[in-house]
Design a protein around this ligand. Structure first.
Ligand code: FAD
Length: 496
């Protein structure tokens, strides 16, 4: 179903989830939309690649808030389920602690309550009261706030009472600790800010407890064919609406007439005119490198320099010649020093020798992602961003080997003999391949001073007809958040 175009042209820089969602929304409104992507395929952090018969998703693997995706298909009168199958993943995580205990983390509240009882009898009541608090926090505060433009302090007013009442300004670890006693359970229920590059020990990180609520409310899924299937589905949806994605098209400049964006210039010198430019490239990168300094009264070089950037991650993708059926789809391997790991990541103290690891085994849900009898994996280790001066050309292989040893000594015995394929992605790749400022994996750090109106806004603070979408903007990183940021861009453009 191609939409009737109304003559207005939008250029979207970048084909991450935020860029594609914004493109779909604008195309559905009748804009002629072109997405310009510097890589040779779509998805940004959510790109997928094939290697030696294995299919790897490079980034996101836990799909929550499917309704935000369904909305996009509905704009074209279609159903997501007719194009991509989302399979529920239960347990969502199998957690392993250094004392050998395991904990199955469920999205189903009753099953989760049973896991809590098994790990720490007596903590079920505290778990219940935490669930209730988090639900209130989401319904009255975080949920509506995620899809609302918040250009200034006043726009926060409708949400403040609920956030204060439910103690959203606490640290997440502090909030959880008021409800449950067992230290392992505290970690299991408070690691969530890590999913978007934050720490459960920073003020106001309690807002990210709402991640637990959305997991319970709408479930957690993995797409058949991998997250890449979802990205391909979005590109096909955009094309049906008459939009297009051009690959190998790096934008080097957003062109201006006075304070107004007029189009973009590509690396090969081509100039493309637009009535609106939407940047899904990293927000700090967009302001620092795609706009001249004289056009930036708000996003000055000094502000960009001083901003705090999220941690990065080290990723090792690998395939094995045998299968490990006892390994769940998502495993979290906790280290010995939960608190110390976060301070190390923020540049205070030494980086942890035993960080919390996330191990992804997509073949647990979709065996077709590896050759028969094989398993596909990736392991993710949080590491500081490039501000710590690490030379990843030197550090990558020793770091990977340490991961291999830790996995072989825990959940993947005999791993070294079974390796069939291997590739790493380091903070330097976040900078060079994804154009992410300081190689941060999640853009600006999710701190109190960089949330809502203090994060990059959908309507650029500096340039008219320039709009920002993606992890660096309000409400932040993670697929639900970047899908909401696309919704906000749509609202703001419709009002303009
Ligand atoms: C390893 C990892 C695992 C994650 N796991 C999850 C998960 O399980 N669930 C979840 O919800 N979230 C997860 N996240 C977070 C989530 O993936 C991101 O927040 C989200 O994908 C970011 O989307 P975005 O719209 O900001 O665009 P990005 O993915 O950052 O894409 C930006 C795009 O812009 C392109 N670009 C940049 N500069 C230019 C230019 N000058 N010209 C043209 N193109 C350009 C880039 O090539 C890229 O394709 C994970 C993140 C990482 C890194």
């Amino acid at each position: 179903m191609a939409t009737r175009h109304d003559g207005r042209r939008a250029l979207v820089i970048g084909s991450g989830f935020g860029g594609l969602a914004a493109a779909v929304r604008l195309a559905a409104r009748g804009w002629r939309v072109t997405v310009l992507e510097r890589r040779d395929g779509p998805g940004g952090r959510a790109n997928a690649f094939q290697q030696d018969g294995f299919t790897f998703d490079a980034g996101p693997t836990v799909i929550t808030c499917p309704h935000l995706l369904e909305e996009l298909w509905a704009l074209a009168g279609q159903r997501l389920a007719d194009h991509v199958e989302l399979r529920p993943v239960e347990p969502l995580y199998r957690m392993r602690f250094p004392d050998g205990a395991t904990f199955d983390y469920h999205t189903d509240r009753e099953q989760m309550r049973e896991s809590v009882r098994r790990l720490s009898p007596g903590d079920e009541t505290g778990f219940d009261s935490l669930c209730e608090r988090v639900e209130r926090m989401y319904e009255a505060g975080i949920g509506p706030l995620m899809s609302a433009p918040v250009p200034g302090l006043l726009s926060l007013a409708p949400f403040t009472a609920a956030l204060v009442r439910d103690e959203a300004f606490r640290t997440m670890y502090g909030l959880v600790s008021r409800h449950v006693r067992d230290e392992r359970l505290r970690q299991a229920l408070s690691f969530h800010p890590l999913l978007i590059g934050g720490s459960p020990f920073t003020p106001a990180s309690a807002v990210y407890a709402s991640i637990q609520f959305v997991e319970r409310r709408w479930g957690a899924f993995f797409p058949v064919g991998g997250t890449g299937a979802l990205v391909r589905g979005l590109v096909a949806l955009l094309e049906k609406l008459g939009g297009e994605v051009r690959y190998g098209s790096e934008v080097t400049e957003i062109t201006l007439e006075g304070r107004r964006a007029t189009g973009v210039r590509l690396g090969d010198g081509t100039w493309l005119a637009a009535d609106a430019v939407v940047s899904n490239a990293d927000a700090a990168w967009t302001y620092r490198y795609l706009l001249p300094g004289h056009a930036r009264r708000h996003w000055t070089d000094a502000r960009i320099q001083k901003a705090r950037y999220s941690m990065s991650v080290f990723l090792w993708y690998f395939g094995t010649r045998k299968q490990y059926p006892a390994v769940a789809h998502h495993t979290l391997l906790f280290g010995k020093d939960f608190r110390g790991m976060f301070s190390g990541l923020e540049g205070q103290g030494q980086p942890s020798q035993e960080p919390l690891l996330y191990l992804h085994r997509p073949t647990a849900t979709d065996a077709a992602l590896a050759p028969p009898g094989h398993d596909a994996f990736y392991v993710l280790a949080p590491v500081p961003h490039l501000g710590d001066g690490t030379d990843w050309r030197v550090r990558a292989e020793p770091f990977r080997r340490a991961l291999e040893e830790r996995l072989a000594g825990s959940v993947l015995p005999g791993l070294s003999e079974e390796l069939a394929t291997s590739r790493v992605f380091t903070p330097a790749d976040f900078r060079d391949d994804l154009r992410s400022f300081r190689g941060a994996a999640f853009s600006f750090a999710p701190t109190l001073m960089q949330t809502t109106f203090l994060r990059a806004q959908a309507q650029s603070e500096d340039v008219e007809r320039l709009y920002m979408v993606g992890a660096g903007t309000h409400p932040g990183a993670g697929l639900p958040a970047v899908l909401c940021s696309a919704k906000i861009v749509d609202t703001v453009i419709a009002r303009a």
